[in-house]
Design a protein around this ligand. Sequence first.
Ligand code: 26Q
Length: 751
Amino acid sequence: MNIEEKLTVKLGKPIASASDEEIYIALNSIVKEQIAARELTGGNKKLYYISAEFLTGRQLGRNLVNLQIFHEVLALLRKYGKDLKDVEEYEPEPSLGNGGLGRLAACFMDSIASLNLNGDGVGLRYHFGLFKQEFRNHCQYEVPDRWISENSFVTKTDVSFPVQFGNRTVHSRMYDLDVIGFEKGHSKLHLFDLDTIDESIVKDGINFDKKDIDKNLTLFLYPDDSDKDGQLLRIYQQYFMVSNAAQLIIKEQKDLGHDLHHLADHVAVQINDTHPSLIIPELIRLLIQEGFSFREAADIVTGVCGYTNHTILAEALEKWPMSYLNEVVPHLMPIIGGLDYAAVCAHHDNHELNIIDREGKVHMARMDMHYSHSINGVAALHTSILQHQELRPFYEIKPERFNNKTNGITFRRWLMHSNPELTKYIIDMIGTNWMNNPSELERIMYFHNDENTLNDIAEIKHTKKQQAAHYLKEKEGVIVDPDSIFSIQVKRMHEYKRQQMNALYIIFEYLRIKSGIYPAAPVTIIFGGKAAPAYTMAKNVIHLILCLQELINNDPEVSKYLRVVMLQNYNVSKAEVIIPAADISEQISLASKEASGTGNMKFMLNGAVTLGTNDGANVEIRDLVGWENIYTFGRSSDDVINLYNTNGYHAIDYYNRSESIRRCVDFITSPELLRIGNEEMLKSLQDNLKHKDWFMTLLDLEDYCNVKETVYFDYLNRPKWTRMMLVNIARSGFFSSDRTIREYNRDIWHL
Ligand code: 26Q
């Protein structure tokens, strides 16, 4: 039976008379059957990718792409007047991640499967995910994100493990998400949960009783940890995740008849940031139970584990009071103590190497570094900063463990699924080999002076902008002009990412327009991102942007030239609509602070030009496309690190020295904005910028405003701009997560 016949049979009626929801359910079922028919990838050695987050996005589309029936289904539905996009909207988006680290894990699962590597993911099935973001009174509110439904691709299994918390035991439940690869390969993402979770205990936004672990354990990702109960809950979550992972590993190895003495020949564990770090003592504990000595077990586990660092922000490096660990996982404490002792014995002269510090805090990253055979950063600059600054004491004793693995993205989702128009055009230019060998995208460079090709690429971009404008109107109720320049900054809200700098630029442009100076072309500035519920300053930035949106879009004089949009509840699905529509990719973090970034790669692949600082993977983008195909500005990471080390940055000096900076910052509490927004929030943001500004917004603001004018001017030079677009697409092959995963396998996993 072909797809059309299958779908008709499933529906029990003609396709033309079925609703989009009925079609979704039928396609979901057809896809599940095809997945079930594909054998799981096997092999002598297996990877377990352990992560607190897997930001998978919707599954129907990716499965159709990877089963290679996406275009067939697209055309089939179109024949009956249906749009696959509308059908896909019926799939609830799993809300199992927060940002880059979680989306990276999802891209990695796609590449692991597609490269037919023997590897599964292990994480948690959070009932309400991170949270759903709602805007009211120009402010962010958090509500539970109910994504679990009959219609999801996540299925219940009968697998369960006992997990011991102190003197009591809970019993887990494993759920699975099938991850099929492109053409071949089939992996699983195992998500653990408790049957006893009680969703009804969540009241008034995202608040709940933090003590009742049986009911609350997997309600949310990153529950509020501003008090002790919150921190204990996070330890409960982390231990629950890794204990299940460790038991699954040991069980699967025993079932295969492998000798646990040779565990490192058969198992690789990748620890995604410090959230899964307790897997180290837990695996050691299980091996000791199997009769190994402490020393033997520790050596085996070191051979198994690899640790990936995703951030150099101090607040993200987890350390837990020993007393808290003692409360949740007392049975691990003798092991952690033993690990610290063994590490300290070897390096008694340097306290920065201790797992347990003098205040009795357990440093998770230090445990990872002592007991993993590989330590990697996620972009060349980041790895170098780890080696020479943040993790220097470890690099000095174990240089051979350090390696770089520059991040990547899966082209299946971020090009083939989200931009079928550009995909088809690339196939018409150079065929399909690039799909399995992304570096071949380079071959489109052959057309870099071909006027017709450049016009076609511009035309495709315009189509994607029209689609995004339509989506924004339907779903967000905002009107944008697809003929304006789309400048887009979508990512988690954080001061180091400097959305506030973009907001100050908007004020700069607003004031110029008001004084009669107009930008070279009309611009639409689009933001999207969530702020952590307790991160006041990030919420204040959202507030400022929403106030500016209100002020500017309703001002007929200004809105002809400038519009502002803050997307509500930015997620993977929205990213797939908005990224292909970008002309300019805003990557403006304070140099040295963004470990890599992966949005930057998605934009590049879709023909946007980067406007960014020399930070994270922007540096590698610049090296690939050349200075003439990217706009960089701002202080270097060396300068910034030096400013921190010497206490050399004082925001107020920049404010006092520059008239234009002062006018922008002052405007935050202007009568115009105070009429719309909340005085306390705006004032607090303004004070922070003048007197604290830890992430040095004012340092780069003038540079940023200046370079933007150049960008708009160049945008109007269509031959120049469209050639830049083509070069960016052509050189993006390096950022395929297939390349990244091949490197992990070659250097770390050896599957
Ligand atoms: C830590 C302690 C307490 C509570 C929460 C956390 C926490 C939670 C999430 C710390 C870090 C994260 C997430 C980090 C993250 O997403 N990092 C991003 O990882 C991407 C993939 O490597 C990079 O591209 C980004 O540059 C990096 O910011």
